[in-house]
Design a protein. Structure first.
Length: 367
C-alpha cells in the first residue's frame, strides 16, 4: 500500500546551516524559524528512544491525512531541536491528539486561535527538565520549547496544517509555535491532572488540550476564597469568549493556579471539587445579556437552560467536570491564568512501551 502523505526521503545538501534553513523554508517544511538539519545520524539517535519500528504508523494526521510514522515524527523532532529522550512524550502527545474527542480536524482548520497545549505529568517531568514553575508558559527551557514545537512541525509537515491554506486561524497566537508545560505536582496539595483521570502518581502522562493563550488574572488583595475565585470566574465568562454562548456542545476551560494559591485555598478547606463547582456556578451569564450578540444561536444551546427566560443563567461549559484545574507557575498567589479551550475535549495518555506497559523512565527504551 502506498504511504499517505509526504514520504521521508534522504536529500544530500552540501551547504551551510543557513542555506539548509533557506532550502527547508522554501520547501514549506518549517514553522518560519530555523531548524536543525535532520541528518540520518541525528534521526537514528532519536529512534533509540522508542521500541517501535521506524516505519510503524502512529497516526494519520488531518487535514492532509498524512501517515505519521515513527521515523517521520523523529525527523520533525530533530528539526524542532529536541533531545532524543523527548521522543516518547511527542509520540504519546500525537496519540492523544488523534483521539476523537480532541477533534483534531476541527482544531487544525478552524478560525479560532487555539493551539495544541501539552501538559506533562509524572516522573518524566524531572527526568527531561520540563519547566513547571516560574515562567512555565514562557521561554528558557529546552524541553518545553522543543517538544511543543515538534508537535507543530508534525501538524504542518505531515498533517498539512498550512496557514491560510488549511489552517484558517484568523489571528492565531504565539503558542502555535510551541505550547508545553509541566504540572507542579510537588507544590500542589491536590491530586494532579493525570491522577484525576485514573492514572497512578508514578505514571508519566501527557494531556493534549487545544487552548487559547493564557489570560492573566491578577488578584492582590482578596481575603476569601470566594472573592479570589470570583476574579477567575469573571475572566472565564467574558462576553467575547466562545464558551459564553456555546455550552450546549462540548468544550473546556482551564484555570492554572500557582502552588501558593492552591495551598492557600486548601488551607481554607477548598479542594479541587469545591473550587471547580464554585467556578462553574459563577462563570455564568444571564440569557438576556447574551441574546443576539457574540455567538448567540450559532450552535445548539444546553437543554438545561430555558433560553426564553432572560434571567436564566448560561454556564460556559456543560458541566463542572469540564473545568480543568492545574497547578503550575512561580511564586505568589496573586497571579493565575485562565485558558479557554474550543469545541473539543482534552485527552490524557500514559507514556508506555509498545506493549502498553507504563515506563518508569525514558531510559526503559534503551534496555
Amino acid at each position: 500500500m502506498k504511504e499517505k502523505g509526504p514520504v521521508a526521503r534522504e536529500v544530500e545538501l552540501d551547504a551551510s546551516a543557513h542555506a539548509i534553513y533557506e532550502y527547508f523554508y522554501e520547501e514549506g517544511w518549517t514553522d518560519g524559524l530555523p531548524i536543525v538539519p535532520p541528518t540520518m545520524e541525528l534521526v537514528d539517535a532519536m529512534l533509540q528512544y522508542t521500541d517501535r519500528e521506524r516505519d510503524e504508523v502512529v497516526a494519520d494526521i488531518v487535514p492532509r491525512g498524512g501517515q505519521a510514522t515513527v521515523e517521520k515524527i523523529a525527523i520533525n523532532a530533530v528539526m524542532a531541536g529536541c533531545r532524543p529522550e523527548y521522543l516518547p512524550v511527542i509520540i504519546t502527545a500525537i496519540e492523544a491528539m488523534v483521539e476523537p474527542p480532541y477533534n483534531l480536524y476541527g482544531r487544525q482548520t478552524t478560525t479560532h486561535p487555539g493551539a495544541h497545549l501539552l501538559i506533562i505529568n509524572g516522573p518524566v517531568r524531572h527526568e527531561l527538565e520540563v519547566n513547571c514553575l516560574q515562567n512555565c508558559f514562557g521561554q528558557g527551557w529546552r524541553a518545553n520549547a522543543t517538544i511543543g514545537r515538534a508537535i507543530r512541525l508534525v501538524c504542518i509537515n505531515i498533517g498539512g496544517g498550512i496557514p491560510a491554506v488549511t489552517d484558517m486561524a484568523t489571528h492565531g497566537h504565539p503558542g502555535k509555535y510551541s505550547y508545553c508545560i509541566g504540572e507542579d505536582e510537588e507544590g500542589s496539595p491536590w491530586a494532579p491532572l493525570h491522577v484525576e483521570r485514573g492514572f497512578d502518581t508514578d505514571v508519566s502522562a501527557v494531556t493534549a488540550l487545544c487552548a487559547e493563550a493564557p489570560h492573566n488574572v491578577n488578584d492582590l488583595v482578596s481575603k476569601t476564597p470566594e472573592m479570589y475565585l470570583e476574579s477567575g470566574a469573571s475572566a472565564m465568562r467574558h462576553l467575547g469568549g466562545n464558551g459564553a454562548y456555546r455550552s450546549g456542545i462540548e468544550g473546556e476551560q482551564m484555570m492554572v493556579l500557582t502552588a501558593e494559591a492552591a495551598n492557600w485555598l486548601h488551607e481554607r478547606d477548598w479542594d479541587k471539587e469545591r473550587t471547580r463547582q464554585f467556578l462553574f456556578d459563577h462563570a455564568q451569564n444571564p440569557v438576556g445579556v447574551l441574546r443576539d450578540r457574540g455567538g448567540w444561536g450559532t450552535v445548539k444551546q444546553p437543554d438545561f437552560v430555558d433560553i426564553k427566560d432572560d434571567e436564566a443563567l448560561m454556564p460556559i461549559v456543560p458541566r463542572p467536570e469540564n473545568l480543568l484545574i492545574v497547578v503550575a507557575g512561580g511564586f505568589g498567589r496573586h497571579m493565575s491564568a485562565i485558558l479557554s479551550a474550543a469545541y473539543n475535549l482534552s485527552v490524557t495518555k500514559p507514556i508506555t512501551l509498545k506493549d502498553g506497559k507504563p515506563i518508569r523512565s525514558v531510559e526503559d527504551f534503551l534496555l
